[in-house]
Design a protein around this ligand. Structure first.
Ligand code: NDP
Length: 309
C-alpha cells in the first residue's frame, strides 16, 4: 500500500511526518516521483494534470487537501468510481472562523472609520447598533459555516443560517432550501457565505437576491467566488443599497488585474487567505480511512459527487 502526496500549502514533509507518527509502516511518495503506479492506493491532492488520476489503476481514494472539492470535480478525467475523502482540519475551521468574525465585527464596529479618523486626530464615538439588533445570515451551515454561526452568536449577534437541508442549532434561526431563501435574506444585515462552489450556488447572490437584503447590508464571502454575480454586486454597491463587501474568493483566481473589484472603494479583498489548515491538523481523516481500507470496511467522510460537496 502506497500513499502518494501532492501537497499544496503545507509541504509534503509535514504530511509525511504527521502520517508516519500513526502509520510508520506505510510507504509514502511525493509527487511527481510516483514510482510504480500500480502500487499507489491512496492519494492526497486537490488537483493533478489532466488524465493523471485515471493512470493509477489501484487507487482506492483521493483525500482532498482543501475543503472545497470543486477543482477535483471539475476535472473531466477524474475517475467516477474513486471516492473523494473530504478535508477535515480543525485549524482551517478556526482560522476561517477568525477571518469571518474580523470582517463582521470590523464592519459592525466601523474600524475603517476609526483608521480614517486617527491621522486627523479625531476623538469621536461613532454609534453602532447593539449586536442583538443586527441580523447576521450565514449561508452554509456545514463544518465551517456552523462554527462561524455559533461563534458569532457568542458575540450576541442575531444569527440565522441557511443550508440545503434543515438544521436545528441552539440559538441560531435556521432556514433551508430555495423556498426559505427570501425570508432568510430579508432579515440579514450582514451576509456571510461559506457555501461550496456547485451548480446550485452559481450566482446565487445576484440583482434579485441582493435586492431582498435590507438597505445598507454588507456581504462577506469566503466560500467560493461563483456565488456572486460580480456586475450585480457592483451595481448594488454603487446605488448605495449594499454598503460593501469583504471578499476572499473570486470567480477567477488570482483576481485579474483589470477586475473592477480591485479598485472599488467599498470592497475589501484578501487573496483566498481566510483559512489555513496544516497537515498536523488534517491527517486524522486520512489515517482513519487508510485504516478502514486495511480492515476492508467502507470509507467515512466521503463527499457526495452528485451534490458537489
Ligand atoms: P460542508 O460540506 O461541511 O458544508 C457545506 C454547507 O453548504 C452545508 O451546510 C450545505 O447544506 C450547504 N449547501 C451546499 N449547497 C447548498 C445549496 N445549494 N443551498 C443551500 N445550502 C447549501 O463544507 P465546509 O463547511 O467544510 O466548507 C464549505 C466551503 O467553504 C467549501 O466547500 C469551500 O468551497 C469553502 N472554503 C473556502 C476556504 C477559503 O480559504 N476561502 C477554505 C475552506 C473552505 P447541508 O448541510 O444541508 O448539506
Amino acid at each position: 500500500m502506497v500513499l502518494l502526496i501532492k501537497a499544496s500549502r503545507d509541504p509534503a514533509e509535514n504530511w509525511i511526518e504527521a502520517i508516519a507518527a500513526d502509520l510508520p509502516d506505510l510507504e509514502m511518495r511525493v509527487w511527481p516521483d510516483v514510482g510504480i503506479r500500480d502500487e499507489v492506493e491512496f492519494m492526497i491532492a486537490n488537483q493533478l494534470p489532466p488524465g493523471e488520476f485515471a493512470s493509477f489503476p489501484n487507487l482506492k481514494f483521493v483525500a482532498s487537501t482543501s475543503a472545497g472539492v470543486d477543482r477535483l470535480l471539475n476535472d473531466p478525467d477524474f475517475p467516477a468510481h474513486i471516492p473523494i475523502v473530504r478535508s477535515i482540519n480543525t485549524q482551517r475551521t478556526a482560522t476561517m472562523c477568525a477571518w469571518v468574525c474580523y470582517q463582521v465585527i470590523g464592519h459592525h464596529r466601523r474600524f475603517a472609520n476609526y483608521r480614517e479618523n486617527q491621522p486627523k486626530k479625531i476623538w469621536e464615538f461613532m454609534h453602532y447598533p447593539p449586536p442583538d439588533e443586527l441580523g447576521i445570515g450565514v449561508m452554509g451551515l456545514g463544518t465551517l459555516g456552523g462554527m462561524a454561526a455559533r461563534t458569532l452568536r457568542g458575540f450576541m449577534y442575531d444569527v440565522a443560517g441557511w443550508s440545503r437541508s434543515f438544521k436545528t442549532i441552539d440559538g441560531i434561526k435556521c432556514f433551508a432550501g430555495s423556498d426559505q431563501l427570501e425570508a432568510f435574506l430579508k432579515r440579514s444585515n450582514i451576509i456571510v457565505s461559506i457555501l461550496p462552489g456547485t451548480e446550485g450556488t452559481n450566482n446565487l447572490l445576484n440583482r434579485e437576491t441582493l435586492d431582498l437584503l435590507p438597505e445598507g447590508a454588507y456581504i462577506v464571502n469566503c466560500g467560493r467566488g461563483n456565488l456572486i454575480h460580480d456586475d450585480d454586486l457592483i451595481d448594488a454597491m454603487d446605488s448605495g443599497h449594499i454598503a460593501g463587501a469583504a471578499l476572499d474568493v473570486f470567480k477567477t483566481e488570482p483576481l485579474p488585474e483589470d477586475h473592477p473589484f480591485w479598485s472599488h472603494p467599498k470592497i475589501t479583498i484578501t487573496p483566498h487567505y481566510s483559512s489555513n489548515g496544516s497537515a498536523k491538523h488534517g491527517v486524522g481523516v486520512i489515517i482513519k480511512n487508510i485504516r478502514r481500507a486495511r480492515a476492508g470496511v467502507p470509507f467515512e467522510d466521503v463527499i457526495d459527487k452528485e451534490l458537489g460537496y
